[in-house]
Design a protein around this ligand. Structure first.
Ligand code: NAD
Length: 296
């Protein structure tokens, strides 16, 4: 049993913190939203009055925040998390952010003798609830080994991608591919529907054919093809369009820095930008299929 501080209890962080409670850890939690705190407290978490209070005196601190600016804002500065945690507290940031911010936070942590790893996740809200996430970590090997012990209570696959920031790079490569797969899957399914096919039947066919992919398998974008996915719940919950857009922005920055050619990633970013501008920013990212539908 470890003493863990968990900060950021949104779609992902909430169920992740609950899994740590279920695994027998003592988990003190904080979020800017009182209702997010209450949901985890109902399941056995302990409410903290601030992020710093949640982090003080813990063996591990895990953060799950929207973007790099939230992470830098929380960790750094005179009053940041790094100013209150013990030297032996392992700081684990599971947010998806730019590698530069992850490296900056790690550097500041190191100056104070505090270990830090970036550990973004893949697997969506379903994976967070089921405790089957993939953690894609960057950092020193001994810090990774130390973190793995608790990450295993929230995930099934725990990867070490390389040094600090490597987890974030691997994560945006994955999400760029995911956005392309979701847009492509939506395009194919809608073309089938427009030509009179039943999307359930078409999905079954493609699942057993060479078009098979993660979206068809676990996250069908067409409503009522699958149960318990955002598309069958009015695109609520899941992974927001604007968060995917953030990741595609990070992928674009990384590609520019490394002079990598990413034409499909660039196109997916434009599609998601157009979709967000229709007011879909807070819907699940599988709602991109609506871009392909005829408006009646
Ligand atoms: P979310 O918006 O549902 O949750 C973020 C939470 O952070 C919110 O509850 C917010 O109140 C809280 N927060 C923000 N600033 C804070 C602060 N200073 N102190 C305390 N709490 C603060 O987002 P999410 O879907 O849970 O995603 C979190 C991260 O995980 C993002 O970086 C996202 O890109 C990544 N991610 C999401 C998914 C997914 O399917 N939703 C999958 C993989 C990775």
């Amino acid at each position: 049993m470890a003493k863990i501080g968990f900060i950021g209890l949104g779609n992902m962080g909430g169920p992740m913190a609950v899994n740590l409670v279920k695994a027998g850890h003592q988990v003190e939690v904080f979020d800017l939203s009182q209702s997010a705190i209450a949901t985890v407290v109902e399941q056995g978490g302990v409410a903290a009055s601030s992020a710093n209070a949640a982090a003080k005196g813990k063996q591990y601190v895990i953060t799950m925040l929207p973007a790099g600016k939230h992470v830098a804002g929380l960790y750094l500065g005179d009053n940041g998390l790094l100013s209150v945690v013990d030297d032996n507290t392992l700081m684990i940031d599971s947010s998806t952010i730019d590698a530069a911010t992850a490296r900056l936070v790690a550097e500041q942590a190191k100056k104070r003798g505090i270990p830090f790893i970036d550990a973004p996740v893949s697997g969506g809200v379903g994976g967070a609830v089921a405790g089957t996430l993939s953690f894609i970590c960057g950092g020193e090997v001994d810090h990774f080994d130390h973190g793995k012990v608790v990450l295993e209570d929230m995930g099934k696959n725990i990867f070490h991608a390389g040094g600090v920031g490597a987890g974030q790079v691997a994560k945006i490569c994955n999400n760029m591919l995911l956005s392309i797969l979701m847009a492509g899957t939506s395009e194919a399914l809608q073309m089938g529907i427009d030509n009179g096919l039943d999307p359930k039947v078409l999905s079954e066919i493609m699942l057993k054919s060479s078009g098979r992919n993660w979206c068809l398998e676990l996250y069908n974008p067409v409503p009522n093809v699958m149960e318990n996915v955002p598309s069958s719940n009015n695109y609520q919950g899941g992974f927001m369009v604007d968060l995917m857009l953030k990741d595609l922005g990070l992928a674009g920055e990384a590609a520019q820095l490394s002079k990598s050619a990413t034409p499909l990633g660039t196109l997916a970013r434009s599609l998601y930008t157009m979709h967000s501008r229709t007011g879909a920013g807070t819907k699940d990212f599988s709602s991109i299929v609506q871009m392909y539908q005829e408006k009646k």
